[in-house]
Design a protein around this ligand. Structure first.
Ligand code: FMN
Length: 189
C-alpha cells in the first residue's frame, strides 16, 4: 500500500503541511509506505489544452509533472492538502490538478493504459482556511470530489480546518486527530 501526499501550500511547515504530515503518519501507522510531494518545489506549468495527450496519454509539457503522473499511477491512495486562497485552491494545486488532463482521452475517459491503475484509486483532501467557518473551503472540496465522482476515483473524504498564522494548526488537536484518522482510513479501507 503506497500513500502519496501532495502539498499545495507554498508555506512549507505551515498549516496544510502539518496536517498532511499527520495524515501520512496515520497512513504509516496503518502499514502504508508514504511519500510527500511539495508542489512549490517542483516546476509545474498549467495545462495548455494542446490536445496532444488526448491521443497518447503523454503530456507534451516538459516539466516535473510527468514524473508526478508516474507517482500517482504507482500510489494506491493520494491525500491532497491545500490552503484556501481567495475561496479556491492555490495556484500550485490547480496547475497540478489541471495536468491530470493527460490521463484522459478526448471524451474524458481514462486512457486504456491508465484505467487499470486509476480505477478506484483512493483520494482524500485536507483544506485549511483562515475563516473560522471552514465551509469557506467548500469550492475546493467541490472540485476534488466532483473530479473523483466523474472519473470513478474513490472519494475518501475531507478534513477541513481553520488556522491563519504559520503553524497555528499545531495547537488544534482535533484537526490533527482527524487528519491522522484520514491517513489511517485511506491505508486500510
Ligand atoms: C493569497 C492568500 C489568499 C487567501 N485567501 C483566503 C480566503 O479566501 N479565505 C480564507 O479563509 N483564508 C484565506 N487565506 C488564508 C490562508 O488560507 C490561511 O492562512 C492558511 O492557514 C494558510 O495555510 P498554510 O499555512 O498551509 O499555507 C489566504 C492567504 C493567502 C496568502
Amino acid at each position: 500500500m503506497k500513500v502519496l501526499g501532495i502539498l499545495g501550500s507554498p508555506r512549507i511547515g505551515g498549516n496544510s503541511d502539518i496536517l498532511l504530515d499527520q495524515a501520512l503518519a496515520g497512513a504509516k501507522d496503518a502499514g502504508a509506505e508514504v511519500e510527500k510531494i511539495i508542489l512549490c518545489q517542483k516546476k509545474i506549468s498549467g495545462c495548455f489544452d494542446c490536445g496532444k495527450c488526448n491521443a497518447t496519454g503523454i503530456c507534451a509539457v516538459q516539466d516535473d509533472m510527468p514524473g508526478i503522473h508516474q507517482k500517482i499511477l504507482e500510489a494506491n491512495a493520494i491525500i491532497h492538502s491545500v490552503p484556501t486562497y481567495f475561496w479556491s485552491m492555490t495556484a500550485q494545486m490547480k496547475a497540478y490538478l489541471d495536468r491530470w488532463c493527460a490521463f484522459f482521452d478526448a471524451e474524458w475517459r481514462w486512457h486504456k493504459q491508465y484505467y487499470p491503475k486509476m480505477k478506484g484509486k483512493k483520494v482524500g483532501l485536507i483544506t485549511v482556511c483562515a475563516d473560522p467557518n471552514v465551509s469557506t473551503a467548500d469550492p475546493i472540496v467541490h472540485s476534488f470530489k466532483t473530479t473523483c465522482d466523474f472519473t470513478k476515483l474513490k472519494w475518501m473524504g475531507t478534513v477541513m480546518a481553520s488556522a491563519s498564522a504559520k503553524g497555528e494548526i499545531a495547537q488544534n488537536e482535533s484537526a490533527k486527530k482527524e487528519a491522522f484518522a484520514l491517513g489511517q482510513k485511506v491505508a486500510t479501507l
